[in-house]
Design a protein around this ligand. Structure first.
Ligand code: ATP
Ligand code: MG
Length: 423
């Protein structure tokens, strides 16, 4: 027998049993973006490698070790997108969407990172993200935070996630702070993990974000970026905190939250859960006021977030009854004999036109009534419609309830349509 071919490690199939919950999540996201009047943007999955090097930063986990990069047949270096923000900015610059304008955009789709696959961490994963351009005040930061909060409520997981926020200040304030940080880090250098030692010179802020517990305890007295903010960033952050409080959005200020990508400034935030082990960040974002210019556009303030949909699905599954998302037909149409089968096909088409949104499965292939009823039951349908000799003659349809203890009835076409529309 020929060897079967497997999917790439860390890249998952979404099988019919899982597609229900994914559709549920995606629908809520579409409703959310509509209710905040954000516009969808779709960009290619492959971009020039330079786009990610220049935006995410050379000395980051993503660019250093996680990108799927290859030369195409022309010898150009291309990369499967590891995230969506750089792509949105590239498209915004290219098509003139950003300069002197305000845009509220969203996207959803697959991203690619060569990481060690584990629960909540995959090599192909999916993100929903929003990006707002042209707004420099904290009100837009609050708006995107509120969008997250609303989504958690809609999914019933508001008590499973907490909001952490921090401010990275301006580039100038951060540069001055970096010097202080580096001299502190040098004083504890021998207690740092190897990655952090390396980053001490290349990207010292990232040391604050280390997941190594020994490193974390060595740097617990490090100077705090929050104490070194420039005046304008401090004001921005104070207003953000005050308004979140007024809106009843609970948050923690986490001074060591720095995010893994270079382009952030001022507000950064993460929604985290303790239900997914080390993969605790469900949604992460912040301001990136310098990125548009850095990628060749005119300076444009910007803020956004990206939400990991696999982690979100895992959280929703942890509180939901699986059966809720199982794909089920509403109606299963059975028929005995050639004439009835012909009539059944006609009826199924009529019902599909007259009952939008109702899921109608027609029995295909022959078989006795027992076999057809077994299929009807397996489809999950609420009712089976039966077309036999007598139904054909009387122009009526038998209706058998499959999940309720109700007597079988015989309905004409209009009564059947009314019944299905009431589902
Ligand atoms: P982590 O610290 O977990 O590696 P990150 O900082 O690399 O996350 P971001 O680049 O901010 O993540 O991406 C935003 C969100 O996308 C994350 O919070 C997470 O929910 C999700 N995400 C990131 N990488 C993966 C992955 N490999 N598999 C599944 N989801 C991911
Ligand atoms: Mg990561």
């Amino acid at each position: 027998m020929a060897k079967t071919i497997q999917a790439i490690r860390g890249m998952n199939d979404c099988l019919p049993a899982q597609s229900g919950i994914w559709q549920f999540v995606e629908q809520h996201i579409r409703d959310l973006t509509k209710s905040y009047h954000y516009q969808e943007i779709r960009t290619p999955i492959v971009e020039s490698t330079d786009l990610f090097k220049r935006s995410i930063g050379e000395v980051t986990d993503i660019v250093e070790k996680e990108m799927y990069t290859f030369d195409d047949r022309n010898g150009d270096s291309l990369t499967l997108r590891p995230e969506g923000t750089a792509c949105a900015v590239r498209a915004g610059n290219q098509h003139g969407l950003l300069y002197n304008q305000q845009q509220r955009l969203w996207y959803m789709g697959p991203m690619f990172r060569h990481e060690r696959p584990q629960k909540g961490r995959y090599r192909q994963f999916h993100q929903f993200g929003v990006e707002a351009y042209g707004f420099d005040g904290p009100d837009i930061d609050i708006e995107v935070i509120l969008m997250g909060a609303r989504l958690w409520k809609a999914f019933g997981i508001a008590d499973k996630v907490t909001l952490q926020i921090n401010s990275l200040g301006s580039n100038e304030a951060r540069a001055a702070y970096k010097e202080k940080l580096v001299s502190f880090l040098k004083s504890v250098e021998d207690k740092l993990d190897d990655d952090s030692k390396r980053r001490l010179s290349s990207n010292p802020l990232r040391v604050l974000d280390s997941k190594n517990p020994d490193t974390q305890s060595a740097i617990k007295d490090a100077p705090r970026l929050l104490d070194h903010l420039d005046e304008a960033s401090k004001q921005h952050f104070d207003i953000l905190c005050e308004r979140l409080q007024n809106l009843g959005i609970a948050f923690e200020v986490n001074p060591s939250l720095v995010r893994g990508l270079d382009y952030y400034n001022r507000t950064v935030f993460e929604w985290v859960t303790d239900m997914l082990g080390a993969q605790g960040t469900v949604c992460a974002g912040g301001r990136y006021d310098g990125l548009v210019e850095q990628l060749g556009g005119k300076a444009t303030p910007a803020v956004g977030f990206a939400m990991g949909l696999e982690r979100l699905v895992l959280l929703i599954e942890s509180i939901s009854d699986d059966a809720k998302f199982e794909p089920r037909a509403d109606v299963y149409i059975t028929a005995l004999g050639d004439a009835s089968q012909c009539k059944a096909m006609e009826l199924a088409e009529t019902l599909r036109s007259a009952c939008p949104g109702v899921s109608i499965q027609l029995h295909c292939g022959a078989g006795n009534m027992k076999k057809q009823m077994k299929k009807a039951d397996a489809s999950g349908a609420k009712v089976a419609v039966i077309i036999g000799e007598s139904e054909l003659q009387n122009n009526a349809f038998g209706v058998k309830y499959l999940r309720e203890d109700k007597p079988q009835s015989s309905l004409d076409k209009n009564a059947l349509i009314a019944l299905l529309n009431a589902f």
